[in-house]
Each structure stands twice: as C-alpha cells, then as structure tokens.
Design a protein. Structure first.
Length: 533
C-alpha cells in the first residue's frame, strides 16, 4: 500500500521525467512569455502553447505548464500521459488539482475524454542553492483564479522572496531561523549551508505548504522525509514568539511588512496574513529591527526586507530606521546595521500597488474605500513617501573591526546575487587595520574610470570610478584620490603612495594625508580597491 510520501516521490519523478524545469519551460514558450509569467501575465504563454503543432514531442510538458502556470483547464487524459506515475487522479488525491468543466466530445469519442482538471495550487520550478531545481507549491495567484485573494493566501515565488534569497550572505552556520517562512522559499536556500533551520509562520496553512514542499523535494534538499525535524523545525506563531529565549547564527525574514490602514473592530481573519502583520504603520518592522539582535548569537547576522515611512519633517529617509536601532536589544548590544534603500513610493502609488496585489480592484466600491483608507492613514502620520529596501544586522562579537551603521540609497540596477558582494564588503571592513599606511591594494577587476572635461581644458573637471558588479556604485574622486587609485598596483603601500601624492601636490596641509587614507578606506570598504594579502 502506497504512503503519502510514495505519492510525493512519484510526483517528483513525473515532474523530472517531463522536464518541468525553468530552462525547458522557457524553451517551450519563449523567454518573453516566461518573463511575462513572472509578472502574473499568462496570455503570451497561452498563445505560445496554442501555437504548438500536433505531435510536438513537448506536448506533455505543455500540458503541465498549461495546468499549473497559465490557469488552463486540461483534459485528464493529457495529464495521465504527462505524469504517468501520478495521473490526474493522483493530483486530485494530493489536493493539487480539482475537476474542471467537462469538454465537448466529438462523435465517437469515449466519455473519459470529456473529463478535465484544473490546478488547485500554483506549482512551479525554483532554482535554490541545492544541486537541483525544486518544485514549489503555493496558492494560485489572482490571474489564475477569479475574485479577490483569500485572506490566508500563501504567497509563492515572488520578486521579494527572490531578492532576499539573492541578497543573503551565505556562510556555513549551525542554526538558522526563517521568520515568516510562507511556502518555505528561504528555508530551502538555508538548508544548503545550515545544519538546522527553524521556520516560523503565523499561518498554519503556510506551514502546510512549506511541509509539502520540503517533502516533495527531500532528495534535492538532503532531508530524510521520515525524520524531517532533524533538519527543519516548523513552528506556528507570530514572528519571534515561537523561538522565545533561543538564539541563532543566522536569521532571515521576508516579514509581513506591508503598511496597511488599521480600522476599528477589524478581525484577525480579515487580514491578508502573508503581507499584513496587523500593526499600524511600520511598527512591525521597527519591532523586528530592535528585537532581532536578542535572538542572535555573538557574531550572528540577520537579513530582511522592509518598508519604512518617511515623514515630511524628516531630515533624511534614514531617520526612522536609525531611531529603531536606538531601542530594545539593538541599542543594548550596539548592533551593527546596514540599510540599503532601493525604492520609494508616494502614498498614492503604494495604495495602488497593494490593492492590485490582492486583486481588490475587482470590487469597485471596496477598492475606493480601501484607497481612501490608505491615504487617510498615511496623512494621519504626515508620511511623504514609503521606502523599500534591505536590512543587514550583526550582533557584535568583540572580534575584528565593527562595520558600524551604514545607510545608503541605491536605486539603480544592481547585480544579483548580491550576497557574495555584501559578504566581501563586510569582510573588508572587519579586516582593515586602524592604520592603513602599511597596506597594499589594487584596483578591483570590475572597476573602470571615467574622466570628463570641458573642451580645451587642460585637466578633467570630473573623475569617476564605476563598479561593474555588486552594488554598481559610482564614486566621485578628488584629484588626490585619483592619483592614489592610479598608483594602486600592489607594489607600494598606501602610506608610500599618499606621501608621494602629498609631495607632488605640494599642499601645505598636515591633514591632507589623513584625509586621503580615509578616502582609501572608503574605497576598500565599498569594493573599489582590494587588499593584497
């Protein structure tokens, strides 16, 4: 007698057999149609599938794509052929599909040909840090099923989850924590470098999806399905409550950070739990930033995505995040922090994004009420704009030099995965000596220089360094810094170069060398210069 795990293993074998992988799907429907699916737009994929010629050997893959990705209703006989170990009946038994409307039959066709199925969940490939692609199940998106999303909707593979996975600095750790795991995407990545992962969520439905995905992909993830808790512990509860009193080497979180207007008498079951933590404004993110350090071991790190409100009277967008670091555990342990603001939206833009996210525009009266509520809520706190970005925290261990607290706004396109570049920048800050005079450095391989000058001018008026990788910063150089960078070939120390430039420029300023070496420090920490070991 087959077990539930046997059925999951059979499904995994079927999906592998039909090559239900990202590259194969892209080849089937085309790169542009595949990118459109990532934007919740299935029409290009439907058109591509409709154009397949009869007898195309990829017809079985097309049936699975039509079922799970485009929201199609597919004859059960096609699913039986595409997934022979599982079949349409197996998908129904697993809760992955439901019976669709019967198809019209041609004369002489068997009645079984009229039976159709449609997806009950979204199931798609996802490349993790494991050796193989995974298949991730979640709730159907708005484009796959009519009506507004259910309030306990379990989000699938979205841009935010991909961003966090790509931004996380990967290092071997003993214990990791995934706060607000959803369908489990961050946990899948953590399993590649963490001995054990605790994953929490306030939604029991989300934890059910995460468990399903872990068991479906147990071979790729290195999990014993009969002893899941040996590698992963799934815990029900809000944010950090399920791990009270425990500490971890690494914490990641894509929390329910969406700022949502609160209203009197609202009930918990009315909230979209995948995005709304039930607190006013950016209070939930502020709470996490200030309290996460208490759950970190010495030297432990946390990375998360967040929204923050920028008030009209603020001197800088970072005023709010800086205030969070001055409270709770963050203040007590003097946590190191790095905030990178990637985007901003006006209250109007923000309301439109999140009303569209849950397909709330399908009810015109509801949409107008909610839009008004968003604007009134932001106005009550004098919010000018809402920032979105990435947060890195580290509990100091007393070893090495502190990164300190950094606040950057980087809105241009960056390179992904970003995690290795963040790790390199942190390592550079940690290992820099207090006195840079004896350090040797070279220009990083991805760095180029630009010089701009007026026609006929003897010297350039602007000298820029540009990074081709990582955060792709641009740095405006002083004349002295330009000379230092040009001389950084690893032969001379930074102190020797600074002395030569000081003599060449002939500046009667005892602080010139100090300023130049501090500029060199910034260039090293930001990845423009690399130390020669």
């Amino acid at each position: 007698m087959s077990t539930a795990q046997d059925r999951l293993d059979a499904l995994a074998d079927d999906l592998a057999g039909v090559r239900y992988y990202a590259d194969d799907i892209t080849e089937l429907i085309g790169a542009e149609a595949h990118e459109a699916l990532g934007r919740d737009q299935p029409i290009p994929a439907r058109l591509a599938l409709a154009d397949l010629e009869a007898g195309d050997p990829r017809a079985q893959l097309a049936a699975v794509v039509d079922l799970f990705l485009t929201g199609g209703t597919v004859p059960a006989v096609r699913i039986d052929a595409a997934l022979p170990r599982t079949g349409a009946a197996g998908l129904l038994a697993l809760g992955l599909a439901e019976v669709g409307l019967p198809e019209a039959l041609d004369e002489g066709e068997d009645d079984d040909a009229a039976v159709t199925v449609r997806a009950a969940v979204d199931l798609r490939p996802h490349a993790s840090d494991a050796d193989a692609e995974l298949w991730v199940a979640s709730d159907l998106s708005a484009y796959q099923r009519p009506g507004m999303l259910r309030t306990d909707h379990v989000l699938g593979i979205g841009q935010a989850s991909r961003t966090l996975a790509q931004t996380t600095a990967r290092r071997p750790v003993r214990r990791a924590l995934d706060v607000g795991t959803g369908c489990g995407i961050q946990t899948f990545h953590l399993l590649s470098h963490a001995e054990h992962v605790v994953a929490t969520d306030v939604s029991e439905r989300a934890l059910d999806f995460a468990r399903f995905n872990l068991l479906l992909n147990h071979r790729a993830l290195g999990i014993d399905p009969a002893n899941l808790s040996a590698r992963v512990d799934l815990r029900l509860g809000s944010l950090l409550e399920p791990v009270a009193g425990q500490t971890f080497d690494l914490i990641v979180s894509n929390p329910p950070f969406v700022i949502t207007p609160r209203r009197e008498g609202e009930r918990e079951e009315e909230r979209y739990t995948y995005r709304d933590g039930g607190l006013p404004g950016d209070t939930l993110v502020a709470h996490l930033v200030s309290e996460l350090p208490a759950y970190l071991n010495d030297g432990g790190t946390a990375q998360m995505l967040a929204n923050w409100e920028v008030r009209r009277e603020a001197q800088a967008w970072s005023d709010g995040p800086a205030a969070w670091l001055a409270t709770g555990a963050a203040a007590e342990c003097q946590v190191e922090a790095w905030f990178i603001q990637r985007d901003t939206e006006t209250p109007q833009q923000y309301a439109e994004v999140w009303l569209r996210d849950a397909a709330e525009g399908r009810d015109a009266r509801h949409y107008e009420r909610q839009y008004r509520a968003y604007l009134e809520d932001f106005a009550s706190r004098d919010v000018a704009e809402i920032g979105f970005g990435m947060v890195w925290l580290r509990r100091p261990s007393g070893e090495g030099r502190a990164v300190g607290r950094r606040f950057e706004e980087i809105t241009h396109p960056i390179e992904q995965p970003l995690g290795p570049h963040l790790a390199a920048a942190i390592a550079a800050a940690d290992t820099l000596p207090g006195d840079l005079g004896s350090v040797h450095a070279v220009v990083a391989d991805d760095v180029t220089e630009e010089r701009h000058q007026r026609p006929g001018a003897e010297h350039p008026g602007v000298i820029l360094l540009r990074q081709g990788a990582g955060l792709r910063r641009t740095h405006l150089l002083t004349t002295a810094e330009a000379g230092l960078v040009s001389a950084c070939d690893g032969e001379l120390t930074l102190g020797q170069i600074a002395d030569a430039i000081d003599a060449l420029l002939g500046e009667d300023d005892p602080e010139a060398k100090t300023r130049l070496l501090e500029g060199a420090r910034r260039l090293i920490v930001n990845g423009f210069l690399t130390l020669v070991r």
